[in-house]
Design a protein around this ligand. Structure first.
Ligand SMILES: Nc1nc2c(ncn2[C@@H]2O[C@H](COP(=O)(O)OP(=O)(O)OP(=O)(O)O)[C@@H](O)[C@H]2O)c(=O)[nH]1
Length: 235
C-alpha cells in the first residue's frame, strides 16, 4: 500500500463518438453484461469497480460521457479531475476513427497529459470493417498511445484496457511520490489517493487554477468484495 488507510481511486473518462460502445464497455467491465439495445447517453453516467493491481487495491471510477456534440458543454466539465482516459472508435464507423484526434484534444485541454489508451471496439464485426489495421496502428503511433482491439460483445480485451490504465497510473503516482514524498500527505486527493477515514465531497483548486471536485468514499465502500462486480453502483 502507498499509505495505511489510503485507497487509490482513479477517475477514468471514456470518450468517443456516439454509438461506438462506450456505455457498453463500462457496463461489461463493471456489471459483466452486454445488451444489444442502443440507448444514447444523455450527459454523463458513472460506474465503479475495484481491482487489485500489483498488490495495490485500486478503485476505478468510470465516467461514461455522451458521444454527441450537443452534450459537449456538459461532458467537458466532467473531464476535469480525470486521471486516465479511454479513447474509443468503432470498427464499422469511419467518422468515429477520424474524430479520435479531436476527442484527445478536448480531454487534453481540460486535464493535460494523463494515461490514455486507444481502443478499436466491435472487432467481432471485422467483416464489415471500414478501417485498415495499418491506419489504426499508425494513429496509435502518432498519438503515442497503447492500442487495443476489443469486442465488448465478445468480452475481448476489455479487462486489459482498464488494467493497463490502472498500472500506468500507479506507475506515475509512485514516480511522483518518490519525487515529492510530501505530496501524498498534503495534496493526496489531487493525485487520486483518497483518505478513507472521512466521507464527504469537497471542491478545491487544482494547480492550473481549475476547480477539482474531490470525492471521498467512506470506509464501507473500500471494503474488499468477493464478487468482482459487487462494488458497482449507478449514480
Ligand atoms: N457488435 C457489437 N456491437 C456492440 C459492441 N459494443 C457495443 N455495441 C453496440 O453498439 C451500440 C452502441 O453502444 P453504446 O454502448 O450505447 O454506445 P455509446 O458509445 O455509449 O453511445 P452514446 O451514448 O451515444 O455516446 C449498441 O447497440 C451496442 O449493443 C461490440 O463490441 N460489438
Amino acid at each position: 500500500m502507498l499509505e495505511e488507510d489510503m485507497e487509490v481511486a482513479i477517475k477514468v473518462v471514456v470518450v468517443g463518438n456516439g454509438a461506438v460502445g462506450k456505455s457498453s464497455m463500462i457496463q461489461r467491465y463493471c456489471k459483466g453484461i452486454f445488451t444489444k439495445d442502443y440507448k444514447k447517453t444523455i450527459g454523463v453516467d458513472f460506474l465503479e469497480r475495484q481491482i487489485v493491481v500489483n498488490d495495490e487495491e485500486v478503485r476505478l471510477m468510470l465516467w461514461d460521457t455522451a458521444g454527441q456534440e450537443e452534450f459537449d458543454a456538459i461532458t467537458k466539465a466532467y473531464y476535469r479531475g480525470a486521471q486516465a482516459c479511454v479513447l474509443v472508435f468503432s470498427t464499422t464507423d469511419r467518422e468515429s476513427f477520424q474524430a479520435i484526434g479531436s476527442w484527445r484534444e478536448k480531454v487534453e485541454t481540460e486535464v493535460g497529459d494523463i494515461p490514455t489508451v486507444l481502443v478499436q471496439n466491435k472487432i467481432d464485426l471485422l467483416d464489415e470493417t471500414v478501417i485498415k489495421n495499418e491506419e489504426a496502428e499508425a494513429l496509435a503511433k502518432r498519438l503515442k498511445l497503447r492500442f487495443y482491439r476489443a469486442s465488448v460483445k465478445e468480452d475481448l480485451n476489455v479487462n486489459e484496457v482498464f488494467k493497463y490504465l490502472a498500472e500506468k497510473y500507479l506507475q506515475r503516482l509512485k514516480q511522483k511520490t518518490a519525487e515529492e514524498p510530501e505530496v501524498v500527505h498534503t495534496t493526496s486527493n489531487k493525485i487520486g489517493v483518497f483518505n478513507t477515514t472521512s466521507s464527504n465531497v469537497c471542491n478545491q483548486s487544482s494547480s492550473n487554477g481549475r476547480e477539482v471536485i474531490t470525492l471521498r468514499p467512506n470506509k464501507q465502500r473500500t471494503k474488499k468484495s468477493k464478487n468482482p462486480f459487487g462494488s458497482c453502483s449507478l449514480v
